[in-house]
Structures are given as C-alpha cells and as structure tokens.
Ligand binder design. Structure first.
Ligand code: AMP
Length: 416
C-alpha cells in the first residue's frame, strides 16, 4: 500500500511511525511532513487545506490510502476531494467534520442523539452572554464556536474574564462546568462499525498542577489504570453509536476518527467535546501501544469494511509522552532556536524545521517536540519519557514535570 499522510505535527509523526511499521505499507509520503517524519517518509510540499492540491498529489503519488491528520483540511473538504478521485481516505467529509468545526452543531447532534453532555447556550452578544454566565454560575466555561486549535476555551472563576473572552470570539458556546477527571477516547469508524482505541488522558493546561492557560496539550498517557471497568463499553453504547446513527440519519455519515473528550462526573460520563481526527498528543501514546498494523485498520475504515476487521491487539504496559514547548508558549512562542539531542528514537517532532544553510534542527512552533516512551507500567514509561526530554536542549523551552504523576500515585478519583 502507498499511503499519503496529510499534516506535519507530532500527531502526524506518530501516525507516520505507525504507518511505516505496517508490513503492508510499501511507502509513506507525507505532505508537508516535518524533519522527524522525513526520516521515515518521502515529504512533499502542499497546502494541506487546499482540497484540489491534496487530491492532485494523491493521484500523482499513486496513493492507495490518504490519511488526514489535522482538522483544518477536513473542515475545508480535503477528504471529499480525495474521495471524488476514487481514492480511499481516512477522514470525514466536510459536512461530518462539523462535529468538530462547530461546537453549536456538535451540541445539536448530541441533543438529537440523546448523548449526555453539559447544558449549553450559544451566544453572540453581551446581554445573552451575561445571562448564560449567570444561569450556570462559576466556574464559567466559554468556548469559541469555531476551530481554535484547542485554545478557544476559557474556564475561569473570573466573570469579567469570561465576558472578555466571549467578546473576543464573537460567537461562543457557554456551558455548565463538568467536574471530574477527563478521558480521551479515540474511535475508528467507517460510519457504521466502530472500534475504540485505548482510553488516554492528556494535560491541557500549560503548568504543573493544571495551572495557567489552556494549550494544545502538554503530555498524555495510556491506558488509564483508574478508569472504571466497563467505561469504554458504556461510552460506545451511550455516546458513539447514537452519534454515528444520528449522522447517518442526516445523510452525512461520519467516517474516520471520532475523538470523544469526556469528563467522568458524579452523574456519569459526559461529553466535553467531539473532534473529527486523532488528538495530539494522545495519538503519540495510543499508537505506541497499538500492535495491530495501523494502515490496514485505517484502510478498513476508509473502505467501509471495518465490521470484518479482526479485534485490535495491544501491547502490555503503558505509554507516556511529555511535550517540550517553546519559550513563550502558548501566548507568544519564540521560534528559530537550535535544538540538539532530538535525533533519538522516541523523540517525536511537532514544530521543528531544518535550517537550509547547514541542516541544523530549529524550533518552528509552540509545541516543538515530545518524548514518548513505553514501559512495563506507567511509572516506568513516565521515567523513560522524562529521560528522553532531559536529553533535548532548546533554549528557553519548558515542559510539565507532572505528566501521569497523579495516575502513578493513585490520586485520581471520580466524584460521587
Ligand atoms: P475543549 O476544546 O472543548 O476540549 O476544551 C478544552 C478544555 O477545557 C477541556 O479539555 C477541559 O479541560 C476544559 N473544559 C471544556 N469544557 C468544559 C466543561 N464544560 N467543564 C469543565 N471543563 C471544561
């Protein structure tokens, strides 16, 4: 199989590792890729959000499968353009990707499907915003209605800050605060059949102890030793299958990766958000645990044959990833600094670039790279991931020091 992978972040580096490790894959072509991906794939320049450019590239490279990593190309209709060329594509149509592209649409689907989620109001002016904030009370949850790379959400006790964020965004969804540990569940689906991957947890806040602003994600681990038995079955029955059925009923089936972000509240699991693609950095840990060949799985979802796919196999133990972020991230990341120590197995590139003059590796984004490791248990995987991070030098960089710590120490509890 020849696979064209669209995207160039840490998630795509993890996907490239999984695809290249599948014995049925003859070549991975990544567009635009990054320096880490370039070590295992041919990289091609493309504007990832230009549907006809990506579809043209898929034809040119003779792709048997196109895998779309990020959300922006999906919302722009890249999967539709590739499918129109008769090439199997892993990623939903633009219509179906609205589950991520519009928080209001996602709430509409959840309501219609009876999926448990936070109560919410969509607001576009100061008066309705103030009313919604007072309806729910603090902590206030204010979400940009459109795509915001994980940074459009403000959770705060400060009513003035909540109002300001709403005003900056224009159209927002204001919702009830959900208290309880968070779980990310990835589900591979062809629109009807659906296979859950291992549940993972990520760390959204920039600072230790979940302090500071939200980010795209500062680390992750899988599996979750504290998750209740039966959680995945419950979420498949109460969330995933009703959502997929509602999307089919509307004539816009969702095929690809349905990312279910949940809070495990005293009242049971509640959906915080849907995404229409693999999450970053959870992909790094979930795929590190997957033993089943990745390309075959994604091809089955892309061709409507997932019901016939064998059950997934997982490695024993656990995986942890720790993100190294640039100075100033998330507010104003500094780029262009030299990175050393990154050319080692387990170091996954996210925002990196090669300097043309001498090939030096430079920081080129907010989340620069991550150290990903597996181990016989969570503590061992965590120690190995931090050993990788300690070997990387990047001026001014920062990382959280408590990734997976609460789980290792048995400090995560579900409210009752
Ligand atoms: P989202 O982009 O919707 O995943 O939101 C980013 C982060 O904000 C989530 O991972 C949660 O930590 C937090 N968050 C979002 N919605 C809620 C909510 N209703 N209650 C509590 N925390 C939330």
């Amino acid at each position: 199989m020849r696979v064209l992978l669209v995207g160039g972040g840490g998630r795509e580096h993890a996907l490239a590792l999984g695809l290249a490790g599948d014995p049925s894959v003859e070549a991975v072509i990544a567009a635009p890729g990054n320096p880490g991906i370039a070590a295992l794939a041919e990289v091609r320049a493309v504007n990832p959000t230009d549907p006809s450019a990506v579809a043209g590239l898929a034809v040119e490279v003779g792709a048997d499968l196109v895998v779309i990593g990020p959300e922006a190309p999906l919302v722009a209709g890249v999967a539709d353009a590739v499918r129109a060329k008769g090439i199997p594509v892993f990623g939903p149509s633009a219509e179906a990707a609205r589950l991520e592209g519009s928080k209001t649409f996602a709430k509409e689907i959840m309501t219609a499907a009876g999926v448990p989620t936070a109560r919410a109001h969509t607001c576009t002016d100061a008066a309705s915003t103030a009313e919604a904030l007072d309806d729910f009370g603090p902590p206030y949850v204010v979400k940009d209605d459109g795509l915001a790379a994980g940074k459009g959400v403000v959770v705060t006790e400060d009513r003035a800050a909540a109002l300001r964020h709403a005003q900056d965004c224009g159209r927002v969804v204001i919702e009830e605060y959900l208290a309880g540990p968070e779980v990310s569940l990835f589900v591979v689906t062809d629109g009807e059949a659906a296979l859950p991957l291992l549940p993972a947890q990520d760390f959204k806040r920039v600072g230790d102890g979940d302090t500071g602003p939200n980010t795209g994600g500062m680390g992750a681990y899988a599996p979750l030793p504290w998750a209740p038995a039966g959680l995945v079955d419950e979420v498949m029955a109460d969330v995933v299958h009703p959502t997929l059925a509602e999307m089919r009923r509307r004539g816009t089936p969702f095929a690809g990766l349905l990312y279910v972000g949940l809070a495990l509240t005293a009242a049971g699991p509640r959906v915080i958000e849907f995404n229409a693609r693999f999450g970053d950095p959870e992909t790094q840990v979930v795929l590190a645990m997957l033993e089943t060949p990745l390309a075959g799985l994604l091809h089955a979802a892309a061709t409507g044959t997932l019901a016939a796919h064998p059950p997934l196999r997982w490695r024993d133990g656990a995986a942890v990833t720790v993100v190294v972020a640039a100075d100033g991230y998330p507010a104003a990341p500094r780029t262009g600094d030299v990175i050393t120590g990154a050319d080692r197995p387990g170091v996954i590139h996210a925002g990196t670039a090669r300097r043309a003059a001498d090939g030096a590796l430079l920081s080129a984004g907010g989340r620069v790279l991550c150290g990903t490791a597996t181990g016989p248990d969570l503590a061992a995987a965590r120690d190995a991931a931090y050993a990788l991070v300690r070997g990387v030098e990047l001026a001014g960089s920062h990382h959280r020091t408590d990734i997976a710590a609460a789980a290792v120490e048995g400090r995560i509890t579900i409210p009752n």
